[in-house]
Write a protein that binds this ligand. Structure first.
Ligand SMILES: NC(=O)C1=CN([C@@H]2O[C@H](COP(=O)(O)OP(=O)(O)OC[C@H]3O[C@@H](n4cnc5c(N)ncnc54)[C@H](O)[C@@H]3O)[C@@H](O)[C@H]2O)[C@@H](O)CC1
Ligand SMILES: Nc1ncnc2c1ncn2[C@@H]1O[C@H](COP(=O)(O)OP(=O)(O)O)[C@@H](O)[C@H]1O
Ligand SMILES: [K+]
Length: 461
């Protein structure tokens, strides 16, 4: 797990004040980290186009040009009049070496984008947009300095952004790199050490980036055990019964000792999954909402009123009865459209999906402030899992999962862990990790995965 930060300006400042490091020294490290990445990948003499803006992101680029000068064919392009003191100093240093700037952009082996970093504070004007689109058109290896230009601190892209193959981000990971919108632009992400190790540079945060190593699979180390030792998940199947069946199969494959589907019509289930008409006496967790459709309000209210661990999904995010349980430690797994509906039900916001996607972190924080017990798992290209003031980001999913039924598998995985006694937050985190890692292990191609393939991959984790 790595730390994420909304801003790092205060961390840079802390370095000057606490460790007596200077801006110049930090910048030298920033530039030399990019130099290292270029030297790892490109041989002496390769051409490197460095495109610089007016601030310190541009200054990093000019410092980089100095470091590469003579070993590489450096083309330094200054796009705007330099404003920052450091940028002017870096240009002075470069010129003293004899390094000349270029007036035209031309395709090179490498393009380094140093137009805007964390200082992007307004929408890109036409000139910057055209410049970025021009660079995106080059068939070069593309490196973004700190953050691809065009992504603002919220992670929003209002017009366009630089399409990086590699982002070398300075000091610590920025939250903006993990918005859904940014996912297509950041490429591989490396953190540059700015003169002190990351653990010294970083301070405490409440936002975390999950990685593969964080996954804890269901634990079965107890020898004196029986099926009841691993819980009994009850899945409530609604009108679209398939959703509940997928969830039940996923749950069985993820360690739940017993799984039952509650359904009033006969359904086709594998022999190891039971069908019942009401909650089992020994039920240890409930999964509800997937494919619910029309329902008997009294029956659903009764189920929601039980104090069992619960994962709530899909159709219930459009229903007022869901409001009654938001004071409890339940897991909610909405996709963006469902979350917009939930925000409206809770009187928190009346927004469209596009608005939510522009600032997912903000709306998740607002929801968790109002309902601190709830564990919210907001689906998306980067899944956000939040409770109280903490947010965990799972970036491991991919469009392999963009299929009907993928969410039902996730509900089943969360339900399985709840049934086995995991806390709500752990169930959401580890189910989401298992879901995305399983999808990434599916190697056939990126279009054909169906829920049963995903469940098979979960079983092999
Ligand atoms: N402060 C430090 O100690 C360090 C700073 N570093 C670099 O400094 C960067 C931040 O530098 P700055 O704060 O100067 O900001 P930037 O260089 O990211 O951008 C700010 C400049 O761009 C202009 N600008 C902002 N949005 C614009 C828009 N839409 N259209 C046109 N112009 C626009 C501003 O007027 C300003 O001149 C980081 O991203 C990082 O690359 C690194 O060198 C690490 C150390
Ligand atoms: N492009 C993507 N990148 C990462 N994860 C994705 C992507 N598309 C879909 N997913 C994941 O797939 C699941 C889809 O869930 P959902 O939309 O509820 O599907 P359904 O209700 O049909 O089962 C979510 O967990 C979501 O995060
Ligand atoms: K940049």
């Amino acid at each position: 797990m790595q730390n994420l930060y909304y801003e790092v300006g205060s961390l840079d400042k802390r370095c000057y004040e606490k460790f007596s490091l200077t801006e110049d020294l930090l910048m030298e490290h920033a530039a030399s980290n990019i130099q290292e990445e270029i030297e790892k990948r490109f041989k002496k003499g390769s051409s490197v186009l460095i495109v610089c803006g007016s601030g310190n992101n541009g200054a990093d680029g000019i410092a980089l040009a100095r470091l590469l000068y003579k070993k590489y064919e450096v083309k330094l392009y200054i796009a705007f009049e330099l404003k920052s003191k450091m940028a002017k100093l870096q240009l002075q240093r470069a010129e003293l070496l004899g390094l000349k700037t270029v007036d035209e952009l031309s395709s090179c082996d490498v393009v380094v984008d140093c137009l805007f970093g964390t200082g992007l504070n307004k929408d890109l004007d036409r000139v910057s947009q055209e410049l970025i689109e021009n660079l995106n058109g080059f068939d070069s290896f593309k490196i973004a300095c700190d953050i691809p230009s065009g992504i603002n601190p919220k992670g929003e892209i209002t017009t366009t952004a630089f399409f990086a193959d590699l982002t070398v981000t300075m000091g610590a990971l920025k939250q903006a790199l993990y918005s859904d919108m940014a996912k297509d632009y950041i490429g591989e992400v490396k953190v540059a050490n700015l003169g002190v190790q990351r653990e010294v540079y970083e301070i405490q945060t409440n936002v975390f980036l999950l990685d593969k190593g964080d996954l804890k699979l269901p634990l079965r180390d107890k020898k004196d055990a029986h099926k009841g030792s691993f819980g009994h998940l009850n899945v409530i199947a609604g009108c679209k019964k398939g959703a509940g069946v997928i969830a039940a199969k996923a749950a069985f494959g993820f360690g739940a000792g017993l799984v039952s589907v509650i359904c009033h019509d006969n359904i086709d289930l594998p022999y190891h999954i039971m069908q019942t008409h009401k909650l089992a006496q020994n039920c240890t967790a409930i999964a509800i909402g997937m494919g619910l459709g029309l329902y008997d309000e009294k029956e659903i209210k009764e189920i929601l009123n039980t104090n069992l661990p619960m994962i709530i999904d899909a159709d219930l995010f459009h229903e007022n009865i869901t409001l009654n349980i938001l004071e409890k430690e339940v897991v909610l797994t909405p996709h963006p459209k469902e979350f917009c509906s939930l925000l409206k039900l809770c009187n928190l916001a009346d927004i469209k999906v596009e608005e939510l996607q522009r600032d997912r972190f903000f709306y998740v924080k607002e929801f968790c402030k109002k309902y601190p017990k709830v564990v919210l798992l907001l689906k998306g290209a980067n899944v956000l899992i939040a409770q109280k003031d903490k947010i965990y980001v799972n970036p491991l999913g991919s469009a392999v999962l963009s299929k009907g039924g993928s969410g039902d598998v996730l509900s089943g995985l969360v339900g399985a862990l709840l049934a086995q006694g995991y806390s709500a937050i752990d169930a959401a985190i580890h189910a989401s990790l298992a879901h995305t890692i399983a999808a990434s292990n599916y190697k056939k191609n990126n279009y054909s995965l169906i829920p049963s393939d995903l469940i098979e991959e979960v079983k092999k984790l």
